[in-house]
Design a binder for this molecule. Structure first.
Ligand code: SAM
Length: 391
């Protein structure tokens, strides 16, 4: 079967690398997705192990349609009794990138009607829709007039790892946090600091990677478990194999936040996931943050500044740059923010700048390489090469 695995813009190559590590064949990098060939084993493994995947879809049909009648026919022509029984429930997730079909809700409604009508004609009854916990999740995707109809083997989005406690206003998506760690080429031997950790998403994803804990370990269900061909023995085998790989190595993963509520949330998440030995979390202002290791990596997601005056956010980012320079020489610092103009005030020259999306927000993910040794004031710098890094 073919798999179409969804991710965020900018994480496609990282996802392709993850698939390669699972021995997937015929991997193709697409826009916000990667496709590959798979058997049932790989389908289950993809759902359990992929850190940068949002959904694992199994396309069952493609057709072209330019109006609602053609769409209805395209859906009606699929033999839905192959995928569900009349007593099952279903839900439809529709995504449109088409001027011909502007409203995803309309697409979902037409799809539902065509499926219901097909069952009614055959059995005089139809399966019910259940948005919360359907037996079958159907994904409808249209780009211009090209429809792809897929079964969603994940069900709930894979970013729901099961460790998050609700309550923080701006948590980073778990899939994005895992992607940041991979893009930064972090590994468990590198000391990691997130000095504005909020709920601790970056720290949690890092600790799970360090311990080889599959991101799907704590999820109770996946869409494929409700499919008629679900192989419970194979799934158990895959889960058991994954458990054997888990270890709890010594790590240096540190988080801090100025907000005591965020610190509590981050601590609760690490306790819930039994990762409190891997992650240390404290309350601190970033400007007072002292590193516990000589060299390491900072990956952080500072406030974007929606609730601050422009002058205050500029001042905040300037302070951030000074803190990184003064307190963290020898560190690689990665900052993700949707406030690109504020980022410029950090006062360091990025050696890399990537574009990513946190939900609908376009973000920059910038890398700053800080020199080892004592801090040299910009004005005293003679060496051109060195000066570049402080401009
Ligand atoms: C965008 S949120 C980070 C969200 C986090 N990545 C997560 O997944 O939950 C920014 C965080 O920076 C914290 N913060 C703001 N000013 C700070 C400061 N001066 N020192 C430390 N943390 C600060 C806020 O309390 C907030 O939790």
């Amino acid at each position: 079967m073919n798999l179409l695995i969804k991710t965020f813009h900018g994480l496609e190559q990282v996802l392709a690398d993850e698939l390669k590590a699972l021995n997937a064949k015929e991997i193709k990098v697409l826009k916000r997705a990667v496709s590959c060939e798979a058997d049932k084993e790989l389908l289950y493994k993809a759902n359990l192990h992929l850190r940068t995947a949002l959904r694992v879809l199994v396309p069952i049909e493609t057709f072209t349609a330019t109006n609602e009648d053609e769409l209805y026919k395209g859906i009606y022509n699929i033999d839905w009794s192959k995928y569900m029984k009349v007593d099952n429930t279903f839900a439809i997730d529709a995504v449109t990138f088409s001027d011909l079909f502007k409203h995803s809700k309309f697409l979902a409604l037409k799809t539902k009607d065509a499926i219901a009508d097909q069952f009614r004609e055959k059995y005089d009854r139809r399966p019910d829709v259940n948005v919360e916990n359907p037996d079958l999740s159907i994904n409808v995707h249209v780009a211009r007039d090209k429809f792809t109809i897929s079964l969603d083997s994940s069900g709930e989005s894979l970013h729901r790892r099961g460790y998050r406690s609700p309550g923080h206003k701006a948590p980073l998506n778990e899939v994005l946090a895992a992607g940041l760690l991979k893009l930064a080429e972090w590994n468990k031997d590198i000391p990691l600091v997130d000095p504005m950790c909020g709920t601790g998403t970056i720290l949690m994803e890092a600790a799970m990677m360090a311990c080889s804990i599959p991101p799907g370990r704590n999820r109770k269900s996946f869409g494929f478990m409700n499919w008629a061909d679900f192989d419970a023995t194979l799934w158990k085998q895959i889960k058991d194999d994954a458990e054997k790989q888990i270890s709890h190595p010594k790590t240096n993963i540190v988080g801090a936040d100025i907000n005591p509520k965020a610190v509590d949330l981050a601590k609760t998440a690490s306790l819930n996931a039994r990762l409190n030995r891997q992650i240390r979390i404290m309350r601190a202002d970033v400007k007072d943050h002292e590193p516990t290791a000589k060299k390491g990596m900072i990956i952080t997601n500072p406030p974007y500044g929606e609730r601050l005056q422009k002058s205050d956010i500029v001042k905040f980012y300037k302070t951030l740059g000074d803190t990184f320079k003064n307190n963290f020489p020898g560190y690689d610092v990665w900052v993700i923010t949707s406030n690109e103009s504020a980022l410029k005030h950090i006062g360091l020259k990025p050696s890399k700048k990537l574009t990513l999306f946190n939900g609908p927000l376009e973000c920059k993910f910038a890398k700053y390489e800080l020199f080892d040794g004592f801090y040299i004031d910009y004005k005293t710098l003679k060496n051109k090469e060195r000066r570049k890094n402080y401009e």
